[in-house]
Design a protein around this ligand. Structure first.
Ligand code: FAD
Length: 476
Protein backbone atom coordinates (compact mmCIF):
# COMPACT_ATOMS: atom_id res chain seq x y z
CA UNK A 1 0.00 0.00 0.00
CA UNK A 2 1.22 3.50 -0.79
CA UNK A 3 0.36 6.64 1.18
CA UNK A 4 0.84 10.13 -0.17
CA UNK A 5 2.08 13.16 1.83
CA UNK A 6 2.86 16.76 1.02
CA UNK A 7 6.34 16.11 2.41
CA UNK A 8 8.30 12.91 3.01
CA UNK A 9 11.48 13.37 5.05
CA UNK A 10 14.36 10.90 5.08
CA UNK A 11 15.69 11.05 8.64
CA UNK A 12 14.37 12.29 11.98
CA UNK A 13 17.27 14.39 13.31
CA UNK A 14 17.18 18.04 14.26
CA UNK A 15 17.09 19.03 10.58
CA UNK A 16 14.14 16.74 9.91
CA UNK A 17 12.26 17.92 13.01
CA UNK A 18 12.67 21.59 12.08
CA UNK A 19 11.43 20.75 8.60
CA UNK A 20 8.48 18.72 9.88
CA UNK A 21 7.43 21.53 12.22
CA UNK A 22 7.63 24.03 9.38
CA UNK A 23 5.44 21.76 7.25
CA UNK A 24 2.98 21.43 10.11
CA UNK A 25 2.83 25.22 10.47
CA UNK A 26 1.92 25.37 6.78
CA UNK A 27 -0.86 22.82 7.43
CA UNK A 28 0.77 20.24 5.21
CA UNK A 29 0.93 16.51 5.76
CA UNK A 30 4.36 15.24 6.66
CA UNK A 31 6.11 12.01 7.62
CA UNK A 32 9.65 11.37 8.88
CA UNK A 33 11.52 8.07 8.59
CA UNK A 34 14.09 6.69 11.02
CA UNK A 35 16.11 3.52 11.61
CA UNK A 36 17.95 4.59 14.79
CA UNK A 37 16.59 6.36 17.91
CA UNK A 38 14.34 9.26 16.94
CA UNK A 39 15.96 12.69 17.17
CA UNK A 40 19.18 11.89 15.34
CA UNK A 41 22.77 12.57 16.28
CA UNK A 42 22.52 15.73 18.37
CA UNK A 43 20.20 14.55 21.11
CA UNK A 44 21.10 10.86 21.17
CA UNK A 45 24.86 10.70 20.64
CA UNK A 46 26.21 14.17 19.90
CA UNK A 47 25.67 17.60 21.43
CA UNK A 48 23.58 16.69 24.45
CA UNK A 49 25.41 13.64 25.86
CA UNK A 50 28.85 15.07 25.10
CA UNK A 51 28.13 18.38 26.82
CA UNK A 52 26.58 16.57 29.77
CA UNK A 53 29.65 14.38 30.34
CA UNK A 54 32.19 17.11 29.54
CA UNK A 55 30.74 19.25 32.34
CA UNK A 56 30.99 16.31 34.76
CA UNK A 57 34.63 15.83 33.78
CA UNK A 58 35.26 19.52 34.50
CA UNK A 59 33.89 19.12 38.02
CA UNK A 60 36.38 16.32 38.63
CA UNK A 61 39.23 18.33 37.13
CA UNK A 62 38.46 21.54 39.02
CA UNK A 63 38.24 19.67 42.33
CA UNK A 64 41.58 18.04 41.68
CA UNK A 65 43.17 21.31 40.54
CA UNK A 66 41.59 24.23 42.43
CA UNK A 67 42.95 27.46 41.02
CA UNK A 68 42.88 29.27 44.35
CA UNK A 69 45.53 29.09 47.07
CA UNK A 70 43.58 28.18 50.18
CA UNK A 71 41.46 25.55 48.46
CA UNK A 72 42.66 22.02 49.04
CA UNK A 73 42.66 19.67 46.06
CA UNK A 74 40.34 16.71 46.45
CA UNK A 75 39.34 13.72 44.42
CA UNK A 76 35.71 13.33 43.50
CA UNK A 77 34.83 9.65 43.33
CA UNK A 78 33.78 8.48 39.87
CA UNK A 79 31.17 5.78 39.27
CA UNK A 80 31.39 5.72 35.51
CA UNK A 81 28.43 3.37 35.02
CA UNK A 82 26.21 5.65 37.13
CA UNK A 83 27.43 8.68 35.23
CA UNK A 84 26.49 7.02 31.94
CA UNK A 85 23.11 6.03 33.40
CA UNK A 86 22.32 9.67 34.34
CA UNK A 87 23.37 10.72 30.81
CA UNK A 88 20.93 8.17 29.39
CA UNK A 89 18.19 9.40 31.73
CA UNK A 90 18.84 12.95 30.64
CA UNK A 91 18.66 12.02 26.96
CA UNK A 92 15.43 10.08 27.56
CA UNK A 93 13.89 13.02 29.43
CA UNK A 94 14.94 15.47 26.72
CA UNK A 95 13.68 13.07 24.11
CA UNK A 96 10.25 12.95 25.79
CA UNK A 97 10.02 16.72 26.13
CA UNK A 98 11.33 17.76 22.75
CA UNK A 99 10.58 14.87 20.41
CA UNK A 100 8.01 12.40 21.68
CA UNK A 101 5.50 15.13 22.42
CA UNK A 102 5.83 16.42 18.87
CA UNK A 103 5.50 12.96 17.40
CA UNK A 104 2.41 12.49 19.55
CA UNK A 105 1.26 15.91 18.37
CA UNK A 106 0.70 14.87 14.80
CA UNK A 107 4.12 14.49 13.23
CA UNK A 108 4.39 10.92 12.05
CA UNK A 109 7.55 8.82 12.08
CA UNK A 110 7.83 5.57 10.14
CA UNK A 111 10.50 3.28 11.62
CA UNK A 112 13.04 1.29 9.62
CA UNK A 113 15.68 1.69 6.98
CA UNK A 114 14.51 4.04 4.24
CA UNK A 115 15.44 3.86 0.57
CA UNK A 116 14.22 5.59 -2.55
CA UNK A 117 12.02 3.64 -4.92
CA UNK A 118 11.88 6.53 -7.36
CA UNK A 119 12.24 10.29 -7.04
CA UNK A 120 8.91 10.67 -5.23
CA UNK A 121 8.57 7.38 -3.41
CA UNK A 122 10.49 5.80 -0.55
CA UNK A 123 10.18 2.41 1.09
CA UNK A 124 10.50 2.00 4.83
CA UNK A 125 9.52 -0.92 7.07
CA UNK A 126 7.66 -2.56 4.18
CA UNK A 127 5.59 0.59 3.48
CA UNK A 128 5.70 2.88 0.49
CA UNK A 129 5.45 6.59 1.13
CA UNK A 130 4.96 9.02 -1.72
CA UNK A 131 5.85 12.70 -1.32
CA UNK A 132 4.74 15.59 -3.47
CA UNK A 133 8.00 16.93 -2.09
CA UNK A 134 10.86 15.01 -0.50
CA UNK A 135 13.56 16.24 1.89
CA UNK A 136 16.80 14.29 2.33
CA UNK A 137 17.96 14.87 5.94
CA UNK A 138 19.83 11.64 6.60
CA UNK A 139 22.70 13.39 8.38
CA UNK A 140 26.18 11.99 8.67
CA UNK A 141 28.15 9.25 10.40
CA UNK A 142 31.75 8.78 11.49
CA UNK A 143 34.28 8.23 8.72
CA UNK A 144 36.09 4.93 9.17
CA UNK A 145 39.58 5.39 7.75
CA UNK A 146 41.33 2.75 5.72
CA UNK A 147 43.70 1.43 8.40
CA UNK A 148 44.95 -2.14 8.12
CA UNK A 149 43.46 -4.37 10.81
CA UNK A 150 40.89 -1.84 12.05
CA UNK A 151 38.02 -4.16 11.17
CA UNK A 152 39.52 -6.79 13.46
CA UNK A 153 39.37 -4.70 16.66
CA UNK A 154 36.45 -3.31 18.64
CA UNK A 155 37.29 0.31 17.92
CA UNK A 156 35.17 3.19 19.21
CA UNK A 157 33.66 6.10 17.29
CA UNK A 158 31.76 9.11 18.62
CA UNK A 159 28.80 6.69 18.67
CA UNK A 160 30.20 5.65 22.08
CA UNK A 161 28.03 8.41 23.52
CA UNK A 162 24.85 6.88 22.17
CA UNK A 163 21.86 5.72 24.17
CA UNK A 164 19.78 2.55 23.65
CA UNK A 165 22.30 1.21 21.15
CA UNK A 166 25.00 -1.45 21.47
CA UNK A 167 27.89 0.94 20.63
CA UNK A 168 27.45 2.82 23.91
CA UNK A 169 30.59 2.80 26.09
CA UNK A 170 29.76 1.71 29.62
CA UNK A 171 33.23 1.08 31.05
CA UNK A 172 35.92 3.68 31.39
CA UNK A 173 39.05 2.59 29.51
CA UNK A 174 42.37 2.85 31.38
CA UNK A 175 44.05 4.07 28.21
CA UNK A 176 42.77 5.44 24.92
CA UNK A 177 44.40 6.23 21.60
CA UNK A 178 42.44 8.76 19.56
CA UNK A 179 43.04 8.77 15.84
CA UNK A 180 42.18 12.32 14.71
CA UNK A 181 42.50 15.82 16.08
CA UNK A 182 39.27 17.62 15.15
CA UNK A 183 36.64 19.00 17.48
CA UNK A 184 35.18 15.63 18.50
CA UNK A 185 38.67 14.28 19.25
CA UNK A 186 39.48 17.35 21.35
CA UNK A 187 36.23 17.37 23.32
CA UNK A 188 36.21 13.63 24.02
CA UNK A 189 39.98 13.44 24.53
CA UNK A 190 40.00 16.03 27.29
CA UNK A 191 36.86 14.53 28.80
CA UNK A 192 38.32 11.02 29.04
CA UNK A 193 41.62 12.36 30.35
CA UNK A 194 39.79 14.20 33.12
CA UNK A 195 37.88 11.02 33.98
CA UNK A 196 41.29 9.39 34.51
CA UNK A 197 41.97 7.68 31.17
CA UNK A 198 45.51 7.93 29.83
CA UNK A 199 44.87 9.68 26.49
CA UNK A 200 47.10 9.88 23.41
CA UNK A 201 45.97 11.69 20.26
CA UNK A 202 47.37 11.11 16.79
CA UNK A 203 47.05 14.31 14.76
CA UNK A 204 47.89 14.21 11.06
CA UNK A 205 48.76 17.90 10.79
CA UNK A 206 51.69 19.83 12.24
CA UNK A 207 49.56 20.97 15.17
CA UNK A 208 46.01 20.72 16.48
CA UNK A 209 43.33 22.61 14.52
CA UNK A 210 45.70 23.34 11.67
CA UNK A 211 42.94 24.02 9.16
CA UNK A 212 40.14 26.57 9.47
CA UNK A 213 41.48 28.08 12.70
CA UNK A 214 44.01 30.76 13.54
CA UNK A 215 47.40 29.13 14.32
CA UNK A 216 47.32 30.81 17.76
CA UNK A 217 44.19 28.81 18.61
CA UNK A 218 45.82 25.44 17.99
CA UNK A 219 48.93 26.47 19.90
CA UNK A 220 46.89 27.70 22.86
CA UNK A 221 44.77 24.57 23.17
CA UNK A 222 47.89 22.38 22.69
CA UNK A 223 49.48 24.07 25.71
CA UNK A 224 46.39 23.30 27.79
CA UNK A 225 46.39 19.66 26.69
CA UNK A 226 50.11 19.33 27.45
CA UNK A 227 49.58 20.79 30.94
CA UNK A 228 46.80 18.26 31.56
CA UNK A 229 49.02 15.36 30.48
CA UNK A 230 47.24 14.58 27.20
CA UNK A 231 49.83 13.40 24.75
CA UNK A 232 49.24 14.98 21.33
CA UNK A 233 51.40 13.41 18.62
CA UNK A 234 51.59 15.67 15.55
CA UNK A 235 52.51 14.62 11.99
CA UNK A 236 51.15 11.17 12.83
CA UNK A 237 49.37 8.78 10.47
CA UNK A 238 47.98 5.51 11.82
CA UNK A 239 48.94 2.59 9.59
CA UNK A 240 47.96 -0.68 11.28
CA UNK A 241 45.90 -1.78 14.24
CA UNK A 242 45.82 -5.19 15.90
CA UNK A 243 44.55 -6.78 19.09
CA UNK A 244 47.19 -8.20 21.42
CA UNK A 245 45.57 -9.78 24.46
CA UNK A 246 43.83 -7.00 26.39
CA UNK A 247 45.55 -4.26 24.40
CA UNK A 248 45.20 -2.74 20.96
CA UNK A 249 48.52 -2.11 19.26
CA UNK A 250 48.48 0.79 16.82
CA UNK A 251 51.39 1.45 14.52
CA UNK A 252 51.73 4.97 13.22
CA UNK A 253 54.20 6.86 11.09
CA UNK A 254 55.23 9.94 13.05
CA UNK A 255 57.33 12.48 11.18
CA UNK A 256 58.66 9.69 8.96
CA UNK A 257 59.36 7.18 11.76
CA UNK A 258 57.30 4.18 12.79
CA UNK A 259 56.00 4.20 16.35
CA UNK A 260 53.79 1.85 18.34
CA UNK A 261 51.07 2.65 20.84
CA UNK A 262 49.50 0.11 23.19
CA UNK A 263 46.14 1.12 24.61
CA UNK A 264 43.04 -0.54 25.99
CA UNK A 265 40.77 1.18 23.44
CA UNK A 266 41.08 3.09 20.18
CA UNK A 267 38.72 5.91 19.23
CA UNK A 268 38.44 6.76 15.56
CA UNK A 269 37.58 10.46 15.19
CA UNK A 270 38.67 11.27 11.66
CA UNK A 271 35.62 13.22 10.54
CA UNK A 272 32.10 12.55 9.38
CA UNK A 273 30.62 11.61 6.03
CA UNK A 274 27.10 12.23 4.72
CA UNK A 275 24.63 9.34 4.79
CA UNK A 276 23.92 9.15 1.08
CA UNK A 277 25.44 5.81 0.14
CA UNK A 278 22.72 3.55 1.52
CA UNK A 279 19.47 5.24 0.50
CA UNK A 280 19.44 4.12 -3.16
CA UNK A 281 19.78 7.78 -4.11
CA UNK A 282 20.52 6.87 -7.73
CA UNK A 283 16.93 5.65 -8.08
CA UNK A 284 15.84 9.22 -7.35
CA UNK A 285 18.33 10.60 -9.89
CA UNK A 286 19.79 13.00 -7.31
CA UNK A 287 23.35 14.21 -7.84
CA UNK A 288 25.91 13.53 -5.13
CA UNK A 289 29.41 15.08 -5.17
CA UNK A 290 32.80 13.39 -4.63
CA UNK A 291 32.49 13.83 -0.83
CA UNK A 292 29.14 12.04 -0.88
CA UNK A 293 27.16 15.24 -0.16
CA UNK A 294 23.80 15.77 -1.82
CA UNK A 295 24.44 18.58 -4.27
CA UNK A 296 22.14 21.53 -3.56
CA UNK A 297 21.81 25.09 -4.79
CA UNK A 298 21.60 27.98 -2.28
CA UNK A 299 17.84 27.33 -2.03
CA UNK A 300 18.58 23.75 -0.93
CA UNK A 301 17.09 22.35 -4.13
CA UNK A 302 18.70 19.26 -5.62
CA UNK A 303 18.83 18.68 -9.36
CA UNK A 304 15.41 16.93 -9.12
CA UNK A 305 12.72 19.65 -8.93
CA UNK A 306 10.62 18.50 -5.96
CA UNK A 307 13.57 17.10 -4.00
CA UNK A 308 15.47 19.09 -1.35
CA UNK A 309 18.31 18.34 1.08
CA UNK A 310 19.46 19.99 4.32
CA UNK A 311 21.64 19.50 7.39
CA UNK A 312 24.77 17.37 7.69
CA UNK A 313 23.92 15.60 4.44
CA UNK A 314 24.87 18.70 2.41
CA UNK A 315 28.23 18.93 4.19
CA UNK A 316 30.10 22.21 3.72
CA UNK A 317 28.45 23.38 0.53
CA UNK A 318 27.66 27.09 0.42
CA UNK A 319 29.97 27.52 3.46
CA UNK A 320 27.68 25.44 5.66
CA UNK A 321 28.94 23.52 8.71
CA UNK A 322 27.87 20.19 10.13
CA UNK A 323 26.17 21.60 13.23
CA UNK A 324 22.68 21.47 14.66
CA UNK A 325 21.64 25.14 14.31
CA UNK A 326 22.64 25.04 10.63
CA UNK A 327 20.55 21.96 9.92
CA UNK A 328 17.55 23.31 11.81
CA UNK A 329 17.70 26.61 9.94
CA UNK A 330 18.12 24.84 6.61
CA UNK A 331 15.29 22.39 7.34
CA UNK A 332 12.89 25.31 7.76
CA UNK A 333 14.18 27.13 4.68
CA UNK A 334 13.95 24.02 2.48
CA UNK A 335 10.38 23.31 3.52
CA UNK A 336 9.18 26.88 3.07
CA UNK A 337 10.87 26.99 -0.34
CA UNK A 338 9.18 23.71 -1.25
CA UNK A 339 5.72 24.17 0.22
CA UNK A 340 4.85 27.83 0.62
CA UNK A 341 3.77 30.24 -2.04
CA UNK A 342 6.11 32.97 -0.76
CA UNK A 343 9.40 33.99 -2.39
CA UNK A 344 12.16 31.42 -2.27
CA UNK A 345 14.88 32.08 0.28
CA UNK A 346 18.58 31.30 -0.04
CA UNK A 347 20.70 30.11 2.87
CA UNK A 348 22.85 32.78 4.49
CA UNK A 349 26.04 31.29 5.89
CA UNK A 350 28.12 34.49 6.04
CA UNK A 351 28.30 34.52 9.83
CA UNK A 352 28.52 31.16 11.61
CA UNK A 353 29.85 31.14 15.17
CA UNK A 354 31.53 27.84 16.06
CA UNK A 355 32.53 26.46 19.44
CA UNK A 356 34.69 23.56 20.57
CA UNK A 357 33.62 22.64 24.08
CA UNK A 358 37.06 22.06 25.52
CA UNK A 359 38.07 23.80 28.72
CA UNK A 360 38.89 26.57 28.02
CA UNK A 361 36.43 26.74 25.16
CA UNK A 362 37.49 27.52 21.61
CA UNK A 363 35.11 29.91 19.87
CA UNK A 364 35.48 31.44 16.44
CA UNK A 365 33.48 33.49 14.00
CA UNK A 366 34.24 34.96 10.60
CA UNK A 367 37.54 34.86 8.78
CA UNK A 368 40.98 33.96 9.97
CA UNK A 369 43.82 36.33 9.14
CA UNK A 370 44.93 34.04 6.29
CA UNK A 371 41.40 33.85 4.90
CA UNK A 372 40.99 37.63 5.06
CA UNK A 373 44.26 38.16 3.19
CA UNK A 374 43.26 35.54 0.62
CA UNK A 375 39.98 37.40 0.17
CA UNK A 376 41.94 40.54 -0.76
CA UNK A 377 41.79 42.50 2.50
CA UNK A 378 44.65 44.56 3.81
CA UNK A 379 44.54 43.20 7.33
CA UNK A 380 44.95 44.51 10.81
CA UNK A 381 44.96 41.80 13.40
CA UNK A 382 46.19 41.31 16.91
CA UNK A 383 46.34 38.50 19.45
CA UNK A 384 46.24 39.13 23.19
CA UNK A 385 46.58 36.76 26.13
CA UNK A 386 43.52 36.22 28.32
CA UNK A 387 45.61 37.42 31.26
CA UNK A 388 44.80 40.98 30.10
CA UNK A 389 41.10 40.43 30.76
CA UNK A 390 40.21 41.49 34.34
CA UNK A 391 37.56 38.81 34.72
CA UNK A 392 40.04 36.07 33.79
CA UNK A 393 42.45 37.45 36.39
CA UNK A 394 39.74 37.78 39.03
CA UNK A 395 38.74 34.13 38.73
CA UNK A 396 42.33 32.92 38.25
CA UNK A 397 41.47 31.43 34.86
CA UNK A 398 43.84 33.23 32.54
CA UNK A 399 44.49 30.49 29.98
CA UNK A 400 43.85 31.29 26.35
CA UNK A 401 44.00 34.06 23.81
CA UNK A 402 41.81 36.38 21.77
CA UNK A 403 42.57 37.38 18.21
CA UNK A 404 40.72 39.97 16.15
CA UNK A 405 41.09 40.32 12.40
CA UNK A 406 39.86 43.48 10.69
CA UNK A 407 40.09 45.27 7.39
CA UNK A 408 42.88 47.80 7.93
CA UNK A 409 41.25 50.42 5.70
CA UNK A 410 37.60 50.32 6.80
CA UNK A 411 38.25 48.85 10.29
CA UNK A 412 35.35 46.43 9.72
CA UNK A 413 35.89 43.43 11.97
CA UNK A 414 36.19 40.31 9.81
CA UNK A 415 36.86 37.62 12.36
CA UNK A 416 37.34 36.83 16.03
CA UNK A 417 38.93 33.75 17.60
CA UNK A 418 38.95 33.18 21.31
CA UNK A 419 40.27 30.47 23.57
CA UNK A 420 39.14 31.19 27.08
CA UNK A 421 36.67 30.81 29.89
CA UNK A 422 33.11 31.15 28.53
CA UNK A 423 34.38 31.84 25.00
CA UNK A 424 31.35 30.00 23.66
CA UNK A 425 29.06 32.62 25.15
CA UNK A 426 31.26 35.63 24.35
CA UNK A 427 31.48 34.74 20.67
CA UNK A 428 27.83 35.67 20.17
CA UNK A 429 28.62 39.35 20.69
CA UNK A 430 31.25 39.07 17.98
CA UNK A 431 28.85 37.16 15.72
CA UNK A 432 26.17 39.83 16.07
CA UNK A 433 28.78 42.47 15.34
CA UNK A 434 29.96 40.69 12.20
CA UNK A 435 26.36 40.23 11.10
CA UNK A 436 25.92 44.00 11.19
CA UNK A 437 29.39 44.69 9.81
CA UNK A 438 30.58 46.43 12.96
CA UNK A 439 33.93 48.18 13.10
CA UNK A 440 36.69 48.03 15.68
CA UNK A 441 35.37 51.32 17.06
CA UNK A 442 31.91 49.78 17.58
CA UNK A 443 33.44 47.17 19.91
CA UNK A 444 35.18 49.95 21.82
CA UNK A 445 32.07 52.16 21.98
CA UNK A 446 29.85 49.43 23.41
CA UNK A 447 29.81 49.65 27.18
CA UNK A 448 30.87 46.25 28.44
CA UNK A 449 29.93 45.03 31.89
CA UNK A 450 32.95 44.89 34.21
CA UNK A 451 34.32 42.32 34.92
CA UNK A 452 33.16 39.97 32.16
CA UNK A 453 34.92 37.76 29.66
CA UNK A 454 33.18 39.74 26.89
CA UNK A 455 35.51 42.62 27.75
CA UNK A 456 38.13 40.60 25.91
CA UNK A 457 36.51 41.85 22.69
CA UNK A 458 36.74 45.47 23.72
CA UNK A 459 40.34 45.08 24.91
CA UNK A 460 41.53 43.45 21.71
CA UNK A 461 39.71 46.14 19.71
CA UNK A 462 41.42 48.84 21.79
CA UNK A 463 44.76 47.30 20.94
CA UNK A 464 44.29 48.71 17.43
CA UNK A 465 45.04 52.14 18.87
CA UNK A 466 46.94 51.66 22.14
CA UNK A 467 48.66 49.12 24.32
CA UNK A 468 45.94 47.65 26.57
CA UNK A 469 48.49 46.29 29.03
CA UNK A 470 49.18 49.87 30.15
CA UNK A 471 45.51 50.78 30.80
CA UNK A 472 43.74 50.70 34.16
CA UNK A 473 40.45 48.78 34.55
CA UNK A 474 37.75 49.90 32.09
CA UNK A 475 39.93 52.74 30.79
CA UNK A 476 39.70 53.34 27.08
C1 FAD B 1 30.04 13.76 19.39
C2 FAD B 1 29.31 14.86 18.67
C3 FAD B 1 29.14 16.08 19.30
C4 FAD B 1 28.47 17.11 18.65
N1 FAD B 1 28.32 18.29 19.31
C5 FAD B 1 27.68 19.30 18.69
C6 FAD B 1 27.46 20.52 19.38
O1 FAD B 1 27.86 20.68 20.53
N2 FAD B 1 26.78 21.50 18.74
C7 FAD B 1 26.31 21.33 17.44
O2 FAD B 1 25.70 22.25 16.90
N3 FAD B 1 26.51 20.18 16.77
C8 FAD B 1 27.18 19.17 17.36
N4 FAD B 1 27.34 17.98 16.70
C9 FAD B 1 26.86 17.87 15.31
C10 FAD B 1 25.35 17.65 15.28
O3 FAD B 1 25.03 16.56 16.10
C11 FAD B 1 24.88 17.42 13.86
O4 FAD B 1 25.33 18.48 13.04
C12 FAD B 1 23.36 17.34 13.76
O5 FAD B 1 22.86 16.37 14.63
C13 FAD B 1 22.94 17.01 12.32
O6 FAD B 1 21.55 16.90 12.27
P1 FAD B 1 20.85 16.20 11.00
O7 FAD B 1 19.41 16.18 11.33
O8 FAD B 1 21.28 16.86 9.76
O9 FAD B 1 21.43 14.73 10.98
P2 FAD B 1 21.25 13.59 12.10
O10 FAD B 1 20.98 14.16 13.42
O11 FAD B 1 22.42 12.69 11.94
O12 FAD B 1 19.90 12.85 11.66
C14 FAD B 1 19.84 12.03 10.55
C15 FAD B 1 18.99 10.85 10.90
O13 FAD B 1 18.72 10.12 9.70
C16 FAD B 1 18.72 8.75 10.04
N5 FAD B 1 19.01 7.97 8.83
C17 FAD B 1 20.07 8.08 8.03
N6 FAD B 1 19.97 7.21 7.01
C18 FAD B 1 18.82 6.53 7.20
C19 FAD B 1 18.16 5.50 6.49
N7 FAD B 1 18.62 5.01 5.33
N8 FAD B 1 16.99 5.03 6.97
C20 FAD B 1 16.44 5.55 8.12
N9 FAD B 1 17.02 6.52 8.82
C21 FAD B 1 18.19 7.01 8.36
C22 FAD B 1 19.85 8.61 11.05
O14 FAD B 1 19.68 7.45 11.83
C23 FAD B 1 19.68 9.89 11.85
O15 FAD B 1 18.88 9.69 12.99
C24 FAD B 1 27.97 16.92 17.34
C25 FAD B 1 28.13 15.68 16.69
C26 FAD B 1 28.79 14.67 17.36
C27 FAD B 1 28.93 13.35 16.66
Amino acid sequence: MEETFDLVILGSGSTAFAAALAAQELNRTVVMTEERPIGGTCVNRGCLPSKNLIAAAKLIHDARHPRYPGLTPCTIGLDFAALIAQKDDLVHAYWKKKYESLVGGGIRVERGHVEFVDSQTVEVGGKRLKGNHVLIATGSRPVVPDIEGLDGVAYLTSDLLTVDESMELRELPASLLIIGGGYIALELGQMFSRFGTDVTMLERGRQLLEHGYEPEVGRSISEVFAQEGIQVVANATARTVRQDGGEIVTTAVVAGRERQYRTERVLVATGRRPNTDHIAIDRAGVHVNERGEVVVDPYLRTNVPHLYAAGDVIGRQHNSQMATPLGSRQGGIAVRNALSAGPTKAVDHRVIPRVIFTDPEVAVVGMTEAEAIAAGHRCWCNTLPMSLVPRAGAIRDTGGIIKMTADADSNEVLGVSMVGHNAGEVIHEAAMALKHRATIQDFIDLLHVFPTMAEALKIVALSRFKDPSTLSCCAE
